[in-house]
Design a protein around this ligand. Sequence first.
Ligand code: BV8
Length: 248
Amino acid sequence: MTELQPSSELVRRLRGASHVVALTGSGISAESGIPTFRGVTGYWRRHHVEELASPEGFTRDPHLVWTWYNERWQACRAAQPNAGHFALAELEQRVPSMTVVTQNVDGLHVRAGSHTVFELHGALREAYCDRCGERAAMPDEGWPLDAIDHACGGRMRPGVVWFGEALPMQAWAGAEAAVAAADVLLIVGTSAVVYPAAGLWRAAPPSCFCVEINPEPTPISDRLNECYAAPAGIMLPRMLAALVGATP
Ligand code: BV8
């Protein structure tokens, strides 16, 4: 791994920024022990994750889909935010305005102390009925497989956005407005292949300094100002330390 340090330009941009936005994907939670969404294979048991994370997959086998989400919920509950999550929460205290826009459903940004967080793909902390919309907190032990049917005739489903489903309007509108006003945009731990989140960086103004933090290149890497081929848990704390060190 190249001993990467944040550039003086990035530090200058952060020092002068009024509004910083971090757009994160499952890679920022990898160092918390939560497998990335597509991971090495993108499969759980013998099922492709994009098949399970869909209304069709849920209709086909609600017990299988809830078993998958209950396993992931236990992983989220057992996980702790890592140095990358905490660096973004600390950065919020060091700049005038900061927004975290995440594709993750693990809730780790909120647990790390970030206050303005838009969860574009929902969160596993809740379930809701697919017919009447009644919401319920996810029990610590996960959703009981014998309680999927709801009294209204619908089914309780995880509070996440599946493939083919629209993103929550409030979160999307908030995310777009934040990126449109960003002076620095940090794109952290996402493969930039899932839309419309993957296209969000295009809403950044020409003056915005766009930076990617990801051990691997992505389809948008060559469109950005800087790319750091490093894990989020290493690079974000270095970036914060450089900013703090630079602040007179
Ligand atoms: C929609 C919740 C329309 C569930 C998820 C063009 C425009 C619009 C839509 C589409 C389009 N083209 C195709 C579509 C359809 C689809 C889509 O984008 N498909 C892709 C696969 C091509 N999009 C949709 O269906 C979206 N809905 O468009 O609806 C509509 C409009 C109106 C009315 C009705 C319908 C909904 C998409 C949301 C799906 N739900 N999650 C769940 O979690 O189970 S997506 C899922 O992917 C996760 O949220 C995940 O976060 C997200 C993105 O993946 P990544 O986070 O990037 O994870 P990945 O594993 O891919 O990459 C990890 C990265 O981390 C890697 O690059 C790796 O190198 C890096 N990394 C690893 N370790 C580290 C690290 N980085 C830093 N540090 C480390 N240590």
